[in-house]
Design a protein around this ligand. Structure first.
Ligand SMILES: Nc1ncnc2c1ncn2[C@@H]1O[C@H](COP(=O)(O)OP(=O)(O)O)[C@@H](O)[C@H]1O
Ligand SMILES: [Mg+2]
Length: 239
């Protein structure tokens, strides 16, 4: 565990977090009281059956979605007191997100996909930083390619470069190997862990893959909108 930053040693602190969606007449409780502390630099896997609320929890912890109730502090910012604009601002540069379906912008090259979030955050050297990060994920020869010209594994490398290039404090990955074959998935996990270790970021990764979970320091399991187990792995590749 790396507590290199000063101040709060916690990357995430959630208290009785709830998320209720749907109409007032027919509300659906998606998250039903999440209590969770994650230390800075920790590498955590999130497991659980489909529909248990993993993606919803990630959406709330990463500021993509507002919780309905409870307290939430992420990277030192009080997310529970913020509106959507506040959350969008707080996310910028602090939080990197990697999704199963890559979500690259089809009209932009690999470099532009990586550089654009940094440009929006006010960086004046976004292009060279994007190129350097694409080099680091092994795509130095694909920087001017468009997403449709790249394989699934290559697109996920671009997505990892985009998430990591701004040097976020936190990285969230939602089934990052879900759309990839087994050996490409293994390469992507290796790369994600290498780049994470390089930057010391906190990582929360949603997965169904037990071997990926074993590489993490800590494993959370969700069922029906709550965390039902929280265990530490004795020895991990992430440390
Ligand atoms: N926008 C929504 N409105 C209503 N229910 C939703 C919405 N999004 C997700 N759900 C429901 O929330 C539950 C948790 O979903 P999700 O967080 O995607 O689970 P997981 O990622 O573990 O598969 C599911 O029952 C799903 O149907
Ligand atoms: Mg999901």
């Amino acid at each position: 565990m790396t507590n290199t930053s000063s101040g709060d040693p916690l990357a995430i602190s959630a208290r009785n977090l709830t998320l209720t969606l749907g109409s007032n007449a027919a509300p659906t409780e998606i998250l039903r009281g999440i209590d969770l502390d994650i230390a800075k630099g920790e590498v955590v896997a999130l497991l659980g059956p489909s529909g248990s609320g993993k993606s919803s929890l990630m959406a709330v912890l990463s500021g993509l979605e507002r919780a309905t109730g409870g307290g939430l502090t992420v990277a030192g910012a009080d997310f529970s007191g913020m509106d959507e604009d506040g959350l969008a601002h707080a996310r910028r540069g602090r939080i990197g997100i990697v999704l199963q379906a890559f979500h690259l912008l089809p009209t932009m090259t690999a470099t532009e996909n990586v550089a654009t979030p940094m440009e929006l955050a006010g960086s004046d050297d976004a292009q060279p930083r994007a190129k350097a990060e694409l080099e680091a994920v092994g795509l130095g020869h694909r920087t001017d390619h468009y997403p449709t010209q790249l394989s699934g594994g290559e697109q996920q490398r671009v997505a990892i470069a985009r998430a990591i290039a701004p040097r976020p404090e936190l990285i969230f990955a939602d089934e990052p190997t879900g759309n990839l074959d087994v050996s490409t998935g293994e390469e992507i996990v290796k790369l994600l862990f290498e780049r994470r270790a390089e930057t010391g970021a906190t990582l929360l990764v949603i997965t169904h893959d037990k071997s990926l979970a074993q590489k993490c320091e800590r494993v959370l399991t969700m069922a029906d909108g709550v965390i039902v187990s929280d265990t530490k792995n004795a020895k991990t590749a992430a440390a």
